[in-house]
Design a protein. Structure first.
Length: 192
């Protein structure tokens, strides 16, 4: 069985193999450790996350938690994390090789919190990692995708816009973001 200690060990190993470019602070996920209904993942920790060593701990996290409420999700039934467990130096966008180095620890983390059927990637990078696509993913936000893993397990993937984009967006865009989360909530109610 996978544990969060395994996640940290694998993430440290990935960081060491990359030899630089990532900050020193390991950023843990947070939320439901057992029986999580959803696995919510961003791409990289923000500066406040690195300072607090917890994913989605700043303004982005506050907005995310508010949006999660539209879908009936909270820290008691969802796990929130990032693909990278260390903040990139200079806030740079991670290269594909950096992201690839952390896929093993991400998969271990998903298993450690109970392999939730619902996966919610936040933003372009996380959506591309989960769906294996390099196409512009904006058209995928707020729409459920069913994927089947190599072992035949079915997962529901519901990509969402990064909540930080809602802060400065026009009211119309904020409305669309909220409606995406409401639709997810309706789907959850209908599909238990």
């Amino acid at each position: 069985m996978s544990t969060l200690a395994d996640v940290e060990t694998q993430a440290q190993e990935a960081r060491d193999l990359l030899r630089g470019g990532l900050g020193p602070a390991y950023v843990e996920g947070s939320g439901a450790l057992e029986g999580a209904a959803a696995f919510i993942m961003g791409a990289v920790p923000k500066s406040v996350d690195a300072a607090r060593r917890e994913a989605f701990s700043g303004t982005r996290g506050l907005i995310l938690r508010e949006l999660m409420g539209f879908a009936g999700l909270d820290e008691d039934n969802a796990w929130m994390t990032n693909i990278l467990k260390f903040r990139p130096v200079g806030n740079r966008v991670p290269e594909a090789t950096t992201i690839d180095a952390f896929k093993t620890s991400l998969n271990t983390e998903w298993r450690a919190v109970g392999s939730p059927r619902l996966i919610i990637p936040i933003g372009n990078i996380a959506t591309g990692v989960i769906l294996g696509t390099a196409v512009p993913v904006v058209s995928l936000f707020g729409k459920r995708k069913t994927i089947r893993s190599k072992d035949g397990t079915i997962r529901e993937v519901w990509p969402m816009v990064d909540p930080i984009h809602g802060i400065s967006a026009p009211v119309e865009v904020q409305y669309v973001i909220e409606k995406d989360w409401e639709r997810l909530g309706e789907w959850r109610k209908a599909n238990g």
